[in-house]
Design a binder for this molecule. Structure first.
Ligand code: BDR
Ligand code: CA
Length: 309
């Protein structure tokens, strides 16, 4: 199985990323770390523990990371995810413990002890990953690749161009794209293909376990805010596409390109400038996910949820 660490800010779609990893035998989920993003750190950390508790996942350490971006204030995405970042269902008190280590300590310990290089899957702002690369450059060789949900080749979702995860901490994203490590960018251009249609909702509900029931409540809330904010009643389930790619790269086509992260623009701060047409002649620094095999993606989600509690 592919060893992975998920660094997340749950967040409705982050929860499905966690479930997809925990419920798929091809993935070995070694640890979960949290970051301030969709909600403040206390919420995203609680929500990660809720996600694993609901799904009956035990034995995966969860550690809290950065409570704010490297150099900016945090603006939580309450307009999509609600005041606690996981609006909709009543949240149970989590029974899975919080690790005493910091996110960076936990990731470092896992990488140090790993028998093979580990895939890092960040589904929130890249603050923790940037700090890890700064503080533990000695562990680079233990990172197989980074598959990140964030950025966009076109439209944004917090402005004309910037996507939320990139916009929250553009300096961290800039550092990760400049790191020289293998990076796959799963941006809005592909995540808006993973639409939560009525059929998708029904098929997840039909699984009929506790995880699917909780999941349907999450998806209903998420679609209601997407409808209110973006006029999209079929919201896009961004984050689990990263895990789906770790499971089977054939789920998405990719294009190698150069990405620059806008850290200064007056109207575009946080935008990812993806040079798909190689206008600049710069060395490519990322695989850009382009087209999603939509039926296969939802099938992976359903299989994982069905394998959980
Ligand atoms: C990203 O931002 C968050 O709202 C989602 O969890 C996803 O990671 C989409 O822009
Ligand atoms: Ca997220």
């Amino acid at each position: 199985a592919t060893p992975v660490i998920i660094d997340c800010d749950p967040g409705h779609d982050d929860v499905f990323a966690l479930w997809l990893a925990a419920g798929t035998p091809a993935i070995d989920l070694l640890g979960v770390t949290t970051v301030g993003g969709n909600g403040r750190l206390e919420h995203t950390t609680n929500n990660a523990r809720v996600a694993l508790t609901v799904a009956g996942v035990t034995g995966v350490p969860i550690a809290a990371g950065a409570d704010r971006p490297l150099r900016r204030e945090l603006t939580p995405a309450t307009w999509i995810h609600g005041a606690n970042a996981l609006g909709g269902p009543e949240l149970p008190t989590p029974t899975v413990p919080l690790d005493e280590r910091s996110a960076i300590e936990l990731i470092s310990d896992i990488l140090e002890n790993a028998a093979e290089p580990v895939t890092l899957i960040p589904t929130g702002p890249l603050t923790n990953i940037a700090m890890l690369l700064q503080q533990r450059a000695d562990l680079r060789g233990k990172i197989k690749e980074i598959i990140w949900m964030g950025g966009s080749t076109g439209r944004g979702n917090v402005g004309a161009y910037p996507e939320f995860n990139a916009w929250v901490d553009p300096e961290a994203a800039d550092l990760v794209f400049g790191s020289g490590l293998p990076v796959t960018m799963v941006g809005l251009n592909i995540s808006h293909q993973a639409l939560i249609t009525k059929e998708v909702l029904e098929s997840i509900g039909a699984i009929g376990n506790e995880t699917s029931a909780f999941g349907v409540e999450l998806l209903r809330f998420f679609c209601s805010t997407y409808e209110a904010v973006e006029g999209m009643p079929e919201g896009p389930l961004h984050d689990p596409i990263t895990v789906a790619i770790a499971i089977d790269r054939a789920v998405a086509t990719v294009q190698r390109s150069h990405v620059d992260v806008e850290t200064k623009g007056e109207f575009t701060a946080g935008a990812t400038a993806v040079d798909l047409h190689d206008m600049l002649g710069k060395e490519p620094n990322a695989d850009i996910a382009i087209t999603l095999d939509v039926p296969k993606f939802w099938q992976l989600i359903r299989e994982a949820v069905a394998a959980l509690k």
